[in-house]
Ligand binder design. Sequence first.
Ligand code: FE
Ligand code: FE
Ligand code: ZN
Length: 295
Amino acid sequence: MILGCHVNFTNEQLLGSVKQALDYGANALMFYTGAPQNTIRKDLDVEKIKEAHKLLKDNNFAIENVICHAPYIVNLANNKDLDKWHFSINFLKQELKRCQELGVKYIVVHPGSAVGIAKDIALKNISDALNLIILDDSPMILLETMAGKGTECGSTLEEIKIIIDNVESKNIGICLDTCHLNDAGYDIRNFDELLKKVDELIGLKKVKCVHLNDSKNEIGMHKDRHENLGLGKIGFDVLYNITQNELLKDVPKILETPYIDKEYPPYKFEIASLKEGKINPNLIEDIKNFYKKLL
Ligand code: FE
Ligand code: FE
Ligand code: ZN
């Protein structure tokens, strides 16, 4: 099982991310190169990158399982304000460069929101932007399937397909987010059927990352509110089964579930419970007790 979670990048950059992931018992991780809601970025520390790679190697932690996530304010879909659109494009070019320096192979990107323009034009804008960003040898951009909140693009596999079909380079993949798929209206209880659809439209080989989240909302609500495993409307068994799916066995599953009381990271415990294959009925209490003891 390739299992990881969102980790910080603030202490020692990637080295700190790897240490944190190992502490959680993860063999995969995902990080933002800075705050997800802004584009202020610090220079990378070359020595720390080397140390991070040594630590990965010492722990048999494959670099393919280290995933970057672009900040969510980047919007490739709307070009009404051309300066803003070009800012997003240039920022993503820099993010790709940073990933390259970090040795990271994949970066998850939200396709964007149409906000006031027609969907088909928004989808075309995304492809146009990606054509300006992607190089055949750059780290691979993974378009994330979205919940369809507001005017979000990429909440159906068909929309993702349209975007990818208009990208010239083959160097593009996708990231399936279980909460987003559920909220977008896909029944992920029958995951094989969904994967069949993914394969027909986009190709299973393009799936390089799965975001494993429960959802606070029922199927099709277009909300995008993540929940801890087993405490939401998707449920533990459905999510556990996804980790066991043979077709995606080499694809990292990344938890982006909420902190408990906005303070305590749930990942050590959620990962343990997935490894055991059983729901932890005392998840919240166990997490709180563990971190309170550390304080
Ligand atoms: Fe995301
Ligand atoms: Fe996600
Ligand atoms: Zn989300």
